[in-house]
Design a protein around this ligand. Structure first.
Ligand SMILES: Cc1ncc(COP(=O)(O)O)c(C=O)c1O
Length: 384
């Protein structure tokens, strides 16, 4: 062990303001989906430049609401990247539809490849789900063009992307629907929680119904005397968020610009240093793209699977937490059988995620860089 404290992969940025906001909700005695949720929905949707915001109990729930509102069911297909968290594909499957996995562009640009999407379209394709991996927005102009030409819905999985933007506008304003995560390791943290944004009023209404059991009035409507009874007009779910989460969300949202600026600064430090040690690997994306990204995680593509394992072992010995984003979803047992996705598989074989969070000191980044600089030189390739 290094003798230094463990350097975590990520950490939330909470202050007294968050504690106060939660205490205020507790004192109000109304803990479930109510006025604070409504305020957070308005503020969040305005922030991403979308008309409607529907908060849900998680991003997984938000994705399910989005796919359900699109009317997906058995026999339908949705094209998704495999380089994502399993929730993207599971949420498609919850509706009875089938996720169809498409490859990423390259290991240097690990985002859903529009050409692979086009090639995966078949007679049953109904939608495409673009994952803004690591907080870098997919090529939404190309995906929008494909979806418009082929009559498909376009959904953003923007779990990593509050604060991310693109030449076409902010993440959350680019698809027909967009889903965000506020899980504990995300850029905007409420513990559990998610949000769907959309400009489509019909879809928004449908998701509000499905979020709360398909009931025509919520308990908050009844509390305020706006309704005395209710009907159930859809087979809905309990995907209600809590007011505690929404209160955290409002405080965190106000911090997103500053927190994102710090994330970009830290990514800039990593990028400058890694460019000077090409033997340890390459950082995907570019400095220009960093400036528009929410910089959710710090991926490094090592030269080989062996180099990846050596790096992870050295980091563990130095008390530096690492992870891998992601084990490709198409390799999981529950989705078998699946065709190979060579670029996604190569990326997974070589990718390591290094610590990144706004409270990281410059000295913490330097500690990670020192560990990288001390890695043994890769063994000379002998050829076969
Ligand atoms: C790309 C992606 N999609 C969806 C999710 C699901 O988010 P949640 O944990 O809020 O359900 C995550 C969370 O890890 C994610 O990274």
């Amino acid at each position: 062990m290094s003798g230094q404290p463990q350097l975590p992969l990520s950490a939330p940025s909470f202050g007294e303001e968050e504690a106060q906001a939660v205490a205020d909700v507790v004192r109000s005695q109304w803990l479930t989906m109510g006025p604070v949720t409504a305020e957070f929905e308005k503020e969040f949707s305005a922030y991403v430049g979308s008309t409607h915001g529907i908060m849900a109990s998680s991003c997984t729930a938000a994705l399910h609401l989005a796919f359900a509102a699109l009317g997906l069911g058995a026999g339908d297909e949705v094209i998704v990247p495999s380089l994502t968290f399993v929730a993207t594909a599971n949420a498609v499957a919850y509706t009875g539809a089938t996720p169809v996995f498409a490859d990423i562009v390259s290991v240097e640009h690990p985002l859903l490849d529009p050409a692979a999407v086009e090639a995966a379209i078949g007679p049953n394709t109904k939608a495409v789900c673009a994952v803004h991996y690591a907080g870098y927005v997919c090529d939404m102009a190309a995906l929008r063009d494909i979806c418009d030409r082929r009559g498909l819905a376009l959904v953003e999985d923007a779990a990593h992307a509050p604060g991310a933007t693109s030449p076409q506008g902010p993440a959350g304003s680019l698809g027909d629907l967009a889903c965000f995560s506020f899980f504990s390791n995300k850029n905007l943290v409420t513990g559990e929680g998610g949000m769907v944004t959309t400009d489509d009023e019909t879809l928004a209404k449908k998701m509000r119904l499905l979020r709360a059991h398909g009931m025509t009035a919520t308990s908050w409507d009844r509390e305020r005397g706006h309704a005395s009874g209710y009907d159930v007009i859809e087979r809905g779910y309990n995907y209600r968020p809590s007011e505690l989460e929404a209160a955290l969300g409002r405080v965190q949202l106000a911090k997103v610009p500053d927190l994102t600026a710090r994330r970009r600064e830290l990514i800039g430090m990593y990028r400058t240093a890694v460019e000077r040690m090409p033997e340890v690997g390459v950082m995907p994306f570019t400095a220009e793209a960093d400036a528009m990204s929410s910089c959710h995680i710090m991926p490094l593509v090592t030269p080989s699977a062996e180099a990846k394992e050596a790096l992870r072992a050295a980091a563990a010995a130095a008390g530096i937490q690492t992870s891998v984003h992601y084990q490709p979803v198409h390799t999981f047992q529950v989705f078998q059988p699946q065709p190979a996705l060579p670029v996604t598989e190569e990326y997974y074989a070589r990718e390591v995620t290094l610590p990144l969070y706004p409270a990281m000191a410059d000295a913490d980044v330097e500690r990670v860089l020192a560990m990288l600089a001390a890695l043994p030189a890769p063994a000379a390739t002998t050829g076969r």
